[in-house]
Ligand binder design. Structure first.
Ligand code: SF4
Length: 303
């Protein structure tokens, strides 16, 4: 990156008392200037610990909302207010109320990839790295898993003593990774294990060698002795994979592992957001308070 631009970002961070958090799915050059890069779980935990007064979030809206829910006293600024996750909107409070009225002993388990409005009517939040651990620790017999059906089905397969109700939400990036394309990648790279995010469909999970969150995929590839891997998640993760494993090779499956929402975030937008401290993430206080409890419960149960 241009050294003058990097210096400008350093100055602005100091001047504004800001810290930059970025998700693994944003462009590599944005990850490069971030103070912390990680998956949703890591970033939501971290957001409660940073000392700076301004959190600049390079990710989609629900991530900035989570940072604001956990840190009401801090200013959370989004690198791009239009970067949003379609899956976060694929369940409604009305549907949750309907399921609550059908089952007495039900826990609404909400993937963090959801709006603050949905978190506010849920019992507990989960991320792809802690969902199994959290659901196992819940007392309720019935689990309404929202909004992602694929992650819900994967968690259900690992927690067979609970009864799951699924919602038909999905991530279009992970859903576009098809089992046939994975088989073709295996044919081309027979020595490469398939590392897959659980937002992928069940038929892809069934032919995978490892299933985990983005950070678990990075850890797996970094600790593993082999030298090549087929990666079934958003391609932004390749930046960290290659940084940590310069001698290894990573393959995509087709050409659709690309989240257009995450890629809205650019260095220029980061600079502009730092200069203006806008767009700010603002939440109604009653929604923020209600959404805090399930996120807090997740942080407790996941430990
Ligand atoms: S990769 Fe999928 S879940 Fe993540 S922000 Fe993009 S659309 Fe949403």
């Amino acid at each position: 990156m241009d050294e003058r631009l990097a210096e400008r970002i350093r100055q602005l961070k100091e001047e504004k008392d800001a810290v930059i958090l970025a998700h693994y799915y944003v462009d590599g050059e944005v990850q490069e200037i971030a103070d912390y890069v990680g998956d949703s779980y890591y970033l939501s935990k971290l957001a409660t610990k940073v000392k700076e007064q301004v959190i600049l979030f390079c990710g989609v809206s629900f991530m900035g909302e989570s940072a604001k829910i956990l840190n009401p006293g801090k200013k959370v600024v989004m690198a791009d207010a239009c970067a949003d996750c379609p899956m976060a909107h694929m369940v409604t409070p009305e549907r949750i109320a309907e399921v609550r009225s059908e089952y007495e002993d039900v826990a609404v388990v909400c993937y963090v990839n959801s709006t603050a409005e949905i978190k506010a009517v849920s019992d507990v939040c989960v991320t792809s790295s802690n969902a199994i651990r959290v659901v196992k620790r819940l007392a309720q017999k019935h689990i309404f898993f929202v909004p992602d059906e694929n992650l819900g089905r994967y968690v259900a397969s690992q927690v067979p003593d609970k009864h799951f109700i699924f919602n038909d939400g999905f991530c279009h990036v992970h859903k576009s990774i098809e089992a046939e394309a994975v088989k073709e990648a295996k044919r081309l790279h027979p020595d490469a294990p398939v590392l897959t995010h659980p937002e992928c469909t069940t038929d892809v999970l069934e032919i995978s060698d490892f299933i985990g969150s983005t950070s678990e995929i990075i850890d797996y590839a970094t600790k593993d002795d082999r030298t090549e891997y087929i990666i079934c998640t958003e391609m932004g993760v390749f930046f960290e994979l290659m940084q940590k494993n310069p001698g290894k090779r990573f393959y995509t499956v087709g050409h659709r592992q690309f989240c257009p929402n995450m890629k809205l975030i650019t260095i220029d937008k980061v600079v502009e957001a730092l200069e203006k401290l806008e767009p700010e993430m603002v939440l109604a206080e009653d929604v923020r308070e209600k959404a805090f409890a399930p996120l807090q419960k997740m942080l407790e149960l996941a430990e």
